[in-house]
Design a protein around this ligand. Sequence first.
Ligand code: DQA
Length: 158
Amino acid sequence: MLYQNLSLSSILVLHGPNLNLLGLREPQFYGNLTLDDVNRLLEKEAQALEVKVSCLQSNHEGVLVDAIQAALGQHNGILINAGAYTHTSVAIRDALSAVKIPTVEVHLSNIYQREAFRHHSYIAPIAIGQISGFGADSYRLGLQALVGQIKIKELAKP
Ligand code: DQA
């Protein structure tokens, strides 16, 4: 009810390197769903939340940086699983800081239960928050949290 006058939000979903291999890749960490399954799950959740999602996967850091820059004026939220770039990429963090689009970071696995090099995220300090360890549900929960935050910010506008 409260949200009914808000315009439809558009969320950019970014999947980083090796996430195209979901379903095949280390199922003990990443589960059995494919990337298409995850995107379908997000589409379904987006419908329920009355938002639009645009999903992109790339194995290339620069492609992800370009997509973040191009999101300016096109999307009002970014849901990102940067994969291994989470732990290495100052460029992706800088792009997110530059565009200032509200961002939620997600991970299928619980990165804090794994190797020490996965415990640090360059993105976490500039994201609204991080959801990690719920498998594909991390994305669904992340989308819910992101849309909730966007709506709260909209409502706070004079
Ligand atoms: C991941 C965790 C990262 O450490 C890893 O490099 C990935 C996937 C996850 O979703 O759990 O590629 O982001």
